[in-house]
Design a protein around this ligand. Sequence first.
Ligand code: ZN
Length: 123
Amino acid sequence: MKPQQLVITKGVNPKPEINAEWMARHGVYPKETVLPETQVEHCPKRRVADFPKGLIPPRLYERNLEHNQLLASCCRHPEKHKIKAKKSHPREPRADIYIFYCSCGRKHRVFCVGMGDERPEWK
Ligand SMILES: [Zn+2]
């Protein structure tokens, strides 16, 4: 290949189409801007043990609780926790934040990204 055959192409901007609503949620803000809290409660705190087996998908606790050797042993048992679900923004279609409350007082949060996964909800 001769040097004159090389072509430099410009990078493609991966950002989605920018509109006012997108800018309000994901826009660029100056450093140290304090953004308003947008999380909303979605499902009340319940004992994990009270749910039918399988309702809470293992994906939510396997890696960050059961298999996490850095946690105290009490925290590695999801069935000893209470769980609560929140939405990160009122316009989220489903819950995307799950908080596990251990009996020792620690909280373990799981954030869900993308819509292809199962997200349990309860009243
Ligand atoms: Zn614990």
